[in-house]
Ligand binder design. Structure first.
Ligand code: G3H
Ligand code: 13P
Ligand code: ZN
Length: 312
């Protein structure tokens, strides 16, 4: 199988009430670990590349790594997706470069401007057979939390269900990232993790059968935070979306769950542990192999949490 887009994947995920794991890739070890995990769990998977990843690795290398993964595992449906495309030009570059899915993120612009730029990307991408994810609402961090007890952010920053319907109708985007209380990074909540699942239900009800996306969805897995801290790291108070909340969201219309921070934590924890226990090592293969293995283990677990196993 060659690269696929998300249409068929999302249709099946919505019907089966599970979510596809979307994982950020920046280097060879991450690509290998994620695709090996997907193959073992018989899971379709989305490999996503941010602007920063393109700048770090050179877009050509990432494309070639993903092509190699497709060749090694023809049985796994793999999407090559642009994560958080900041403008039309980068989305166009991704479409022209063979990505099968792009995200245009104009969520920080005014509603009408978000619609205009999203529509421009949709028109170009659809002409080339590429699907488009857009975002409405803002994934602000815990600095906007109300008090110490929870992750409830100001109402105006969450996705408005009425606006979501209008946005999808007017732009023609293929999937929509919604703001229901998540944020990017390792510090998502000051207090108990909280997602506005009632709002999610309302959006899903009004956009019946339409694919919704959850960004900022890492669980900030406590085991890895502890491992980092134990071996010289400094991540006090890091906290993410619980697996229970992720699993609930996956049954309520979220069919793509974005994970980057958990990959970073798994890899960093394994590296810190390895260097602490083997200070004599200086061969990158010696420390990157266990780090890659830890990422694979984490991704296999994540696919279970999302219900994205035995789906090929
Ligand atoms: O949502 C952002 C992703 O975690 C990508 O992060 O821009 O540092 O590559 P990055
Ligand atoms: P996390 O920082 O929670 O992993 O979110 C990643 C993400 O949303 C990528 O677009
Ligand atoms: Zn994101």
């Amino acid at each position: 199988m060659s690269l696929v887009d998300t249409k068929d994947m999302f249709k099946k995920a919505l019907k089966g009430k599970y979510a596809i794991g979307a994982f950020n890739v920046n280097n060879m070890e991450l690509v290998q670990a994620i695709v090996a995990a997907a193959a073992e769990k018989k899971a379709p998977v989305i490999l996503q590349i941010s602007k920063g990843a393109r700048e770090y690795a050179n877009p050509l290398y990432l494309t070639k790594l993903i092509e190699a993964a497709v060749e090694e595992h023809p049985e796994v449906p793999i999407v090559m997706h642009l994560d958080h495309g900041p403008d039309f030009n980068l989305c166009k570059a991704a479409v022209d470069g063979g990505y099968t899915s792009v995200m245009i993120d104009a969520s920080h612009d005014k509603f009408e401007d978000n619609i205009a730029i999203t529509k421009k990307v949709v028109d170009y991408a659809h002409k080339h057979g590429v699907v488009v994810e857009a975002e409405l609402g803002q994934l602000v961090g815990s600095q906007f939390d109300e008090g110490e007890s929870g992750g409830k952010i100001g109402n105006g920053l969450y996705t408005d269900p009425n606006q979501a319907v209008e946005f999808v109708e007017r732009t023609g985007c293929d999937s929509l990232a919604v703001a229901i209380g998540t944020s990017h990074g390792a510090y998502k909540f000051k207090g108990e993790p909280y997602l506005d699942l009632e709002r999610l239900k309302e959006i899903a009800k009004r956009l019946k059968g339409y694919p919704l996306v959850l960004h900022g969805a890492s669980s900030v897995i406590p085991e890895y935070v502890q491992m980092c801290n134990k071996f010289g790291g400094k991540l006090p108070g890091a906290r993410g979306v619980t697996e229970e909340l992720l699993s609930q969201a996956s049954k309520l219309g979220i069919c793509k769950v974005n994970t980057d921070t958990d990959l970073r934590l798994a890899m960093t924890a394994a590296l810190r542990k390895h260097f602490a226990e083997h200070p004599e090592d200086f061969d990158p293969r010696k420390y990157l192999a266990p780090a890659r293995e830890e990422v694979k283990k984490m991704v296999m677990h994540k696919l279970e949490v999302l219900g994205n196993v035995n789906r090929i």
